[in-house]
Design a protein around this ligand. Sequence first.
Ligand code: SF4
Ligand code: SF4
Length: 122
Amino acid sequence: MPWIDKKICTGCLMCVDECSVGAISMDEDTAFINESECIRCGVCHEVCSSDAVRHDGERIPEEVASNLAWATALLEHAYYLNDKKKQKELIDRLQRYFIKNKKVMEKTIERLENLQNTKYAD
Ligand code: SF4
Ligand code: SF4
């Protein structure tokens, strides 16, 4: 999912004009991508001469930090606080939750590869 770095965006409107599905609008002076409208065509990456349209992969550290902040907030909830056994059980549950998500992603990637090699092959 492309995203726009507001610190870099100059508000030139090029991506807004070129997005064929109208997924980009202005939020004050910078562009903003509506995730639910975006069809992942990549055109906004190509037309932005400021490199303000960024790739998903750059958000990995931010997303990991967000997951850890969530886990830490849970661990510090009154229900878990000062109870090592409950905290350990929670960490186990959270690990299982993220392992499940990883499996969903791996299976999805596998299915997409199959589609690429069958139904959508050249
Ligand atoms: S093309 Fe780039 S700089 Fe111009 S509005 Fe879009 S994101 Fe901002
Ligand atoms: S990837 Fe395509 S559809 Fe999505 S915001 Fe950019 S130009 Fe619009």
